[in-house]
Design a protein around this ligand. Structure first.
Ligand code: PNS
Length: 165
């Protein structure tokens, strides 16, 4: 049996922290589906789902068992549909815990086979988030320590504020 994992997130944009979790998940499961999802609690995204998909595709091109998809609906429905055995999420610091715990339990109530597996973030990425990347890029700062090199230019040129170009 091929063990499929789903790795959901907003990925707006994908960071080195996300890439680390995706890479490690690809070593633990036969197939990993990176699932671009909508977080109803977050205001409008900076990148469209298709743009996010293309950036992740470029950053994960070297990982043979990773595919990308876009979610339009409930995560558990998707998980059930593809017969995934795990939902993989990265856990950063204490602050992530409550929110992630709430989502994992909600998903389990909605679908009893929904198992969430948390991978501890690497210490280099403890502080990293898409919002931090967006802020630095907006003011013309160097985001190369935070995002995959192959998509650096795409992210920087899109997010930088006019007067910082
Ligand atoms: O990157 P994020 O914002 O932490 O990802 C959160 C996400 C997108 C995984 C979560 O909001 C989600 O699963 N959205 C899909 C809709 C859904 O199933 N919501 C119920 C989960 S509690």
């Amino acid at each position: 049996m091929r063990r499929i994992a789903v790795c959901p997130g907003s990925f707006d944009p994908v960071t080195l922290g996300h890439l680390d979790i995706i890479t490690r998940a690809s070593m633990l499961f036969d197939k990993v589906i990176v699932l671009i999802s909508t977080n109803a609690n977050k205001s409008t995204a900076s990148f469209t789902a298709t743009e996010r998909m293309m950036m992740i595709a470029e950053a994960t091109a070297h990982l043979d068992n990773v595919v990308i998809d876009i979610l339009d609906g409930l995560l558990v429905d998707y998980v059930k549909n593809v017969k995934a055995v795990a939902i993989v999420k990265g856990l950063r610091a204490v602050t992530d815990f409550e929110y992630e715990f709430q989502m994992a339990l909600t998903n389990k109530v909605l679908y009893e086979n929904a198992e969430t597996v948390f991978l501890t973030t690497s210490k280099e990425n403890m502080y990293l988030s898409s919002s931090v990347v967006k802020q630095v890029a907006y003011f013309g700062g160097d985001i190369s320590p935070f995002v995959p090199a192959c998509i650096l230019e795409t992210i920087q040129s899109r997010l930088v504020k006019e007067e910082h170009k």
